[in-house]
Design a protein around this ligand. Structure first.
Ligand code: CTP
Length: 443
């Protein structure tokens, strides 16, 4: 039996944990480059890039904003210029980059007041402890801080700094001052940092910052309703499969189907049209979801194929890896004195690998699971490649983790771009968070 997700995830809980990302961002490599949102009214973002190792993420943020149809003008601080070049910012934003307060040309053609006038929103990403302190104190000693002091437009900051700097009472007091003045904040994430420490302080991922920007500018209808997956079709597999031996016997596994069903529910809650292909389970069909009940792996594959096309496919089922080569049409009877019958097993199709194989019907985002007891990351990365998945949701199910049969789970999202480690969460929250993460890369 393949472990899938349902074999090890089961209980239901309430959403309590905050967002936090622990490693590099993840992407959907199979989203075709021509898959762009329709252009919205060109609202302009003035993006201020302060000095910090996370400045490189500003490049991705600009790309996402441009794809969203937003105009972007960049202001680069002197320290920011140590991490990203004006040339790359200019190429991505397709606009002139500003950095010098005293440049006569800039002052005559585009003074600092004009810079903020021309923007609908000012975004500081990454926002260092220094620039936050300057903002809180009302200092204006360079172009970035001058623009921030002179503006009457909404301001969003995305802090990024060493964990101790972030937790320092001075920084926290500055944040409180800024929040009181109405400055919007995308909270930093928790995780390993470039400085070899661990904790809150990592710059939020570009899709998170984008979402916060969109909320302020003009939320898309999906974002307004909290249903960003409206118009998308999601295919989810869940539960075990039963592989018949004869009309009354079968090979099965202990999968409950709760995790896969929770994922189907979470995707539907975000507006997706969901087809759930599930093996025999006792959990009820999720409301608002089209459910195809099947028994064997072959039937699961057939049902998945006929559900295509789909934008998203999440394979949470614990599919039996083998089936009996020759199922008996009649009940196998004991023969007095004869040896027990032996069963010859043959491999089942790999449903995830089949659907994820390149082709016109391949869903844009394919997510598989890996529950492992040894070499978690190596195994998950190997599965990612072997099955051509975009993400693998990996978890350690060694008995000492207490995850097997427990109420909580601690997962890592493994993609070609890196590994994102989530905190230990209730299993329903893992489903909701996975659905939100999917929505972020598809919207
Ligand atoms: N999976 C599938 N079809 C199969 C076996 C697995 O779709 N026949 C999917 C599961 O739903 C899960 C992922 O593949 O998303 C990983 O399943 P797993 O059983 O861990 O992978 P295996 O290839 O069986 O690896 P191993 O048994 O060596 O751990």
């Amino acid at each position: 039996m393949g472990p899938g997700a349902d074999a090890v995830w089961g209980a239901i809980g309430s959403e309590t944990a905050p967002w936090s990302f622990a490693a590099s961002s993840i992407v959907a490599p199979n989203i075709p480059s021509d898959h762009k949102r329709p252009l919205m009214t060109e609202k302009r973002v003035l993006l201020i890039i302060a000095g910090g190792i996370a400045a490189y993420k500003a490049l991705e943020l600009i790309r996402l904003l441009r794809r969203q149809g937003r105009g972007v003008t960049c202001v680069l601080t002197d320290n920011g210029g140590q991490f990203v070049t004006p040339l790359s910012l200019q190429a991505l934003s397709e606009s002139k980059v500003y950095s010098d307060l005293f440049s006569l040309t800039d002052e005559s053609e585009m003074g600092h007041i004009q810079l903020s006038r021309a923007a609908d929103l000012l975004v500081v990403a990454p926002a260092t402890a220094n620039i936050l302190a300057k903002m809180a104190a009302g200092l204006a000693d360079d172009l970035a801080s001058t623009v921030l002091l002179a503006t009457d437009k909404p301001v969003l900051v995305a802090p990024a700094m060493n964990v101790r700097m972030w937790l320092h009472p001075a920084t926290q007091a500055n944040m409180a001052t800024l929040a009181q003045r109405g400055v919007h904040v995308v909270q930093p994430n928790e995780g390993p940092m470039a400085c070899n420490e661990f904790g809150p302080g990592r710059l939020a991922e570009p899709p998170e910052i984008l979402q916060a920007i969109e909320k302020i500018l003009a939320p898309a209808p999906g974002l307004l309703t909290g249903r960003p997956l409206t118009g998308r079709h999601a295919l989810v597999t869940s539960g075990p499969t039963h592989e018949p031996i004869d009309p009354v016997r079968y090979i099965a596994n202990r999968s409950s189907g709760r995790q896969g069903h929770a994922i189907a529910t979470a995707l539907a809650d975000l507006g997706a049209r969901v087809t759930l292909v599930c093996g025999p389970v006792t959990v009820p069909d999720p409301p608002g979801v089209t459910v195809r009940h099947i028994e064997s792996a072959q039937q699961m594959l057939d049902a998945c194929r006929s559900a295509l096309p789909a934008d998203i496919a999440v394979f949470a089922a614990a599919v039996a890896d083998w089936r009996v080569e020759q199922t008996s049409t009649g009940k196998i009877k004991k023969q007095p004195g004869a040896a027990p019958p032996s069963l010859t097993l043959v491999p089942n199709p790999d449903i995830l690998a089949t659907i994820a194989a390149a082709g016109p019907d391949r869903p844009r985002l394919v997510v598989g699971f890996a529950a492992e007891t040894d070499d978690l990351m190596e195994n998950a990365q190997a599965k990612l490649r072997r099955k051509n998945a975009d993400w693998i949701v990996a978890n350690d199910v060694s008995p000492e983790t207490g995850i097997m049969g427990g109420a909580e789970n601690a997962v890592h999202i493994v993609s070609a771009a890196g590994i994102e480690t989530w905190p230990r969460l209730a299993k329903d929250d893992v489903a909701r968070r996975l659905a939100r993460r999917i929505a972020e890369v598809l919207t």
